[in-house]
Design a protein around this ligand. Sequence first.
Ligand code: TYM
Length: 331
Amino acid sequence: MKKEVVLSGIRPTGFLHLGNYFGAMRNYVRMQDEYDCYFFVANWHSLTTHPDTKELQNSVHRVIAENVACGLDPDKVALYVQSDVPEIAELYLYLNMLAYKGELEKTTTFKEKVRLQPENVNAGLLTYPVLMASDILIHRAVKVPVGKDQEQHLEMARNFAERFNYRYGNVFPAPQAFNFGSELVKIMSLDGNGKMSKSENQMSTLYLADEDDAIRKKIMKAKTDSGPTEPNSVKPDYIENIFTLMRITSSADTYNKFEEDFNKCSIRYGDMKKQLAEDMVSFIKPIREKAADIQQDKNLLHKIIQQGADKARASAAATLQEVRKAVGMNY
Ligand code: TYM
């Protein structure tokens, strides 16, 4: 039986962090045996916010290395760089004719970027969701493992797919955002202000490349309070975030102990953070070390990238042939 197609991407705009890992990469690794997987580094997307490309090659290599260090097997999946697959750009052109200025201007990420970089509101920023839809639809993917912040983009990708099918005939399935478990994940910043992100507030973000002492320092500084006063209280979101990190990195016994302490109002956040810091060091250290080794091995990186491009282009070319036929661009 044909396996379902899975696709996801990461922008090479900085160091990868725990939000990227738990929102996306952890799912990639779990999906690689069961699905036909395409994972890529979204370097075209990064140009919308990072026009200076001096650091880009390094960042692209680091994203590839960190994905492999987290357990992704380049022999099982197509792990590639977006700009190696020019078919995506052609699909982007067709889909752009089906996307409207009004809906693009209303996108949350666009409005946020306009606020953050008012001096560079470029057309690529506006049509970001169209390029993202092209990334997904070029492989006719149905499952897209992403964090909560990408939900609206996925809804737009479904709209563009439906519009294309309605106008030109049925080429694309409807892609869905995916996470194991029922909810998409959002890892918050350790200071409790918004989501963990590659470029904002580095002291409150845990990077997969962080040294042991940096991890300890950041966790010990994470926002807490004086603790609950009523048994079985609802946790404030910054406390919930610490529990989420513990659930993901510590043993079930450890997690349950602190959960019980919280519910009995006897929790000591200092002890909890100390334990979490040590478990986090054990979790991040092997990833950091493996990624550093891979990143230095340029031959290996080039081999992985070439192999990924070959697989991705074969699938993309097959879709584009269907697209051209449907649009009537086959003379
Ligand atoms: P990017 O590079 O910002 O993030 C990569 C992945 O990490 C997830 N993520 C988070 N999940 C939980 N908590 C957080 N704090 C957190 N921060 C980031 C993101 O949801 C994402 O899954 N537009 C995408 C890249 C992209 C893409 C695609 C994704 C381009 N084309 C096609 C899927 C399909 C982005 O900027 O992700």
